[in-house]
Design a protein around this ligand. Structure first.
Ligand SMILES: [Zn+2]
Length: 311
C-alpha cells in the first residue's frame, strides 16, 4: 500500500469511528411512556426507559414527590410508577407531572402534560344509624386521632417497588359498590366512594393485593378492623371492616397472603370487604388493576422522547 493510500485508509477509519460514536450518542436517549389523558379516579402508569445511567427517578404529581426504584435491564435503566387523581378531590382539566431524572448529583427536570377527564360514577342512597353518620361528641377525640394515623399510613413513601400487576383480588366475591359512587347518606350527599366493596361473607380470608409491609393494623371507628399495606412507590392498599386481623404493624406480607377475615366492623351495613388503593395519597379505582398487566395499561400511552438537560 502506498503512503497516500495508507493515510486515506487511516482517515476513513477515523471517519468511521467518529460516525460510530455519533450513532452511539444519538441512541442514548430517555423515553417516557404515559397516557396523554386519564379519567379522574383512574390509575395510570408512567414508564421511564433510559440508555443513559440513572441513579434515581422522581415524579412530582399533585404536590407529592414519588421516588421510583430504578432497575437495569438489557443495558437500559427502567423505572415504573403509577399515578392517579382522586375523584371528588382533584378537578378535571389540564394537569402535568414533573419528571426528575437523577444521575448521582446531576438532575434533569421535565414537565409532562396530562389531561384529566371527568368520569360518570353512579349514586347510592344509604340509610345508616344516625350515630354512625353523625358520630357522638364523645367519639370525636378517637376519630381525630385515628384520622391522623390513617393519613400518615396513606402518605407512606418508600423507594422500593413490591407491587406488580395484575394485583391479587383480595376476596373472590363480586363488586357490590364501585369506586366513585356518590353516597347520599341519610339524605345528605357525602364524598364519592373512595374504594371498592366486594361481597364477602363474614370470615372470608382477605388476601393482600400486592406484597409489602403492614404500616398500620388496628380497629378504627369508621373502617373497623383494618390493615394498610405499603407496596412502595407510593402505593398503599387498604382492607376495611374485617372481623379479625392476621397481621400486625411492621409485618412483611407476600402478594396473596391472608391479612385477615372479612366482617362488618366499624361503619358498615353488613359483611363485605372495602378495598382501598392509594397512589401518592390519591385514593383511586383499583378495579382495572386486577386484570391488567403493566404492558396492557401502557398500550394507550404516548411515547415522549426526552433530551436531558443536566444541572
Ligand atoms: Zn366501601
Amino acid at each position: 500500500m502506498s503512503r497516500s493510500a495508507r493515510s486515506l485508509a487511516a482517515l476513513l477509519l477515523c471517519a468511521v469511528l467518529v460516525l460510530a460514536s455519533l450513532a452511539t450518542q444519538a441512541r442514548a436517549d430517555v423515553n417516557v411512556q404515559y397516557p396523554a389523558t386519564a379519567g379522574l379516579g383512574k390509575p395510570f402508569m408512567v414508564r421511564v426507559t433510559s440508555t443513559e445511567p440513572l441513579t434515581g427517578v422522581e415524579l412530582i404529581w399533585q404536590g407529592r414527590t414519588t421516588r421510583l426504584a430504578v432497575t437495569v435491564w438489557n443495558e437500559r435503566y427502567i423505572a415504573l410508577g403509577m399515578l392517579g387523581a382522586q375523584a371528588g378531590k382533584v378537578k378535571a382539566g389540564d394537569h402535568a407531572f414533573r419528571l426528575r431524572l437523577i444521575d448521582g448529583k446531576r438532575k434533569s427536570e421535565h414537565l409532562l402534560p396530562v389531561k384529566l377527564e371527568t368520569v360518570k360514577y353512579r349514586e347510592d342512597r344509604l340509610t345508616l344509624p344516625d350515630k354512625m353518620v353523625n358520630p357522638p361528641a364523645s367519639e370525636m377525640k378517637r376519630i381525630e386521632e385515628e384520622r391522623k394515623l390513617t393519613a400518615e399510613a396513606i402518605a407512606t413513601m418508600t423507594e422500593r417497588r413490591d407491587w406488580k400487576l395484575p394485583l391479587v383480588r383480595p376476596v373472590p366475591g363480586i363488586v357490590t359498590s364501585e369506586y366513585g359512587r356518590r353516597r347520599i347518606l341519610n339524605g345528605r350527599a357525602g364524598n364519592p366512594h373512595a374504594g371498592i366493596d366486594f361481597r364477602a361473607a363474614s370470615g372470608t380470608p382477605v388476601r393482600a393485593a400486592a406484597a409489602g409491609r403492614v404500616v398500620l393494623a388496628g380497629d378504627f371507628y369508621f373502617s373497623g378492623k383494618s390493615v394498610y399495606v405499603d407496596s412502595g412507590g407510593g402505593m398503599i392498599t387498604m382492607y376495611f371492616h374485617m372481623s379479625s386481623l392476621a397481621v400486625k404493624t411492621g409485618d412483611l406480607v407476600a402478594a396473596g397472603q391472608v391479612v385477615g377475615a372479612s366482617g362488618s366492623t366499624g361503619r358498615s351495613t353488613g359483611p363485605h370487604l372495602h378495598f382501598g388503593l392509594a397512589l401518592t395519597r390519591q385514593l383511586v379505582d383499583a378495579d382495572l388493576l386486577f386484570s391488567s398487566t403493566s404492558d396492557k395499561l401502557l398500550e394507550k400511552s404516548v411515547f415522549t422522547r426526552i433530551d436531558p438537560v443536566w444541572k
